[in-house]
Design a protein around this ligand. Structure first.
Ligand code: NAD
Length: 336
């Protein structure tokens, strides 16, 4: 079976997910939507994607700018088996009704609340719970990062308590509208939304989170403290993560002393768009002291959720019933 995938919202996440779907052998992109005839719309056409207009009234604007469009969102929904909703956060509720009306499955992103679908997804922790599901949310970039490193420890060692601080990039690199420019902005509500969000994919995990936004665009950084249930050595923790897909060690000794150096590494690796879909854990920043684990990890917010969207499609169409089989397929196709 080849799953026919529509992308609604061809922005930071949408364009990456579109490329990732196209790289798989068991799914194909049948079209992407844009609201306005921008350079991204033109580049989507140049890549060979069929272009649809998300806001029907804007079709004449596309025609006036010479961009060939195949119709509106309804037309696209008529051609697909699943729509990946990558519209800005909080648009999901109105869109879910449209998708249900069209009788297609849908995947939402982390800007939507868990309650929208009642199902949240992470490839490692709950692939099996979403087999055959119709409407699922892939958790946010920060929650994906926390889940990738905490879930294997929870499974193999046991966790009594997590305290994690998210130091969040202010905006994405392409965002010229928002700051902060000269501020550090704490989230005054504790826990920040990240801790409760992790529990949607690792039920029963005791985790509290705080968060601050800082004037940087490249990555988020997490400072994580974990009270382990069993005493384990630093080496045991490193060994578990060494065997965990989409977790990559970096080290200060190797010259990787900052998020900017991690992104320089990704540029040197010549990944698509210089993305880093792995979670980067500083190997020499991992320390277990009397049963408490301390570590730092960096999250490339624009890309870490992309492979999870692909695995989520496989779970919803039961293309593979086993999560590791899907993770390996996705990783091979995306050269992760
Ligand atoms: P974005 O603003 O880069 O892209 C959104 C796209 O949707 C834009 O191209 C916009 O023109 C388009 N759009 C606007 N209104 C639309 C409509 N009515 N119909 C169709 N398309 C419409 O946003 P993004 O960063 O890609 O975020 C998308 C989702 O992914 C959000 O839920 C966000 O929370 C989540 N997410 C973002 C990041 C990140 O760091 N960028 C990481 C993980 C998850």
């Amino acid at each position: 079976m080849t799953v026919r995938v529509a992308i609604n919202g061809y922005g930071t996440i949408g364009k990456r997910v579109a490329d990732a779907v196209q790289a798989q052998e068991d799914m194909t992109v049948v079209g992407v939507t844009k609201t306005r005839p921008t350079f991204e719309a033109r580049l989507a056409l140049e890549k060979g994607f069929d272009l649809f207009v998300a806001i029907r009234d804007n079709i004449p604007k596309f025609e006036a700018s010479g961009l060939r469009v195949c119709g509106d969102l309804d037309a696209l929904l008529g051609k697909c088996d699943v729509v990946i909703d990558c519209t800005p956060g909080k648009m999901g509720a109105q869109n879910l009704d449209l998708y249900k009306l069209a009788g297609v499955k849908s995947i939402f992103q982390g800007g939507e609340k868990h309650d929208l679908t009642g199902r949240s997804f992470n490839s490692l922790s709950n692939y099996g719970d979403n087999l055959g599901a119709d409407h699922v949310r892939v958790v946010s970039c920060n929650t994906t990062g926390l889940t990738r490193t905490l879930y294997p420890l929870h499974r193999d060692i046991g966790i009594d308590k997590v305290y994690a601080t998210m130091i969040r990039r202010g905006v994405d690199p392409n965002d010229d509208k928002k700051g902060p420019m000269n501020s550090i902005i704490p989230v005054l509500k504790v826990p920040s939304h990240h801790g409760p969000d992790v529990k949607t994919v690792i039920p029963g995990l005791d985790i509290d989170t705080t968060a601050v936004a800082v004037p940087t665009t490249l990555m988020h950084l997490h400072s994580v403290v974990v009270k382990l249930r069993k005493n384990a050595s630093t080496e045991e923790v490193l060994d578990i993560w060494d065997r965990t897909p989409r977790v990559r060690f970096v080290s200060g000794e190797d010259g990787i002393t900052s998020t900017s150096k991690i992104m320089e590494m990704a540029r040197d690796m010549q990944t698509s768009r210089s993305d880093l879909m792995d979670i980067a854990v500083w190997k020499d920043g991992v320390h277990v002291i009397e049963g408490t684990l301390y570590y730092y990890q960096a999250i490339h917010q624009e890309s870490d959720v992309v492979p999870e969207n692909i695995d989520c499609i496989r779970a919803m169409f039961e293309l593979t019933r086993n999560n590791m089989e899907s993770i390996l397929k996705t990783n091979m196709a995306l050269m992760i």
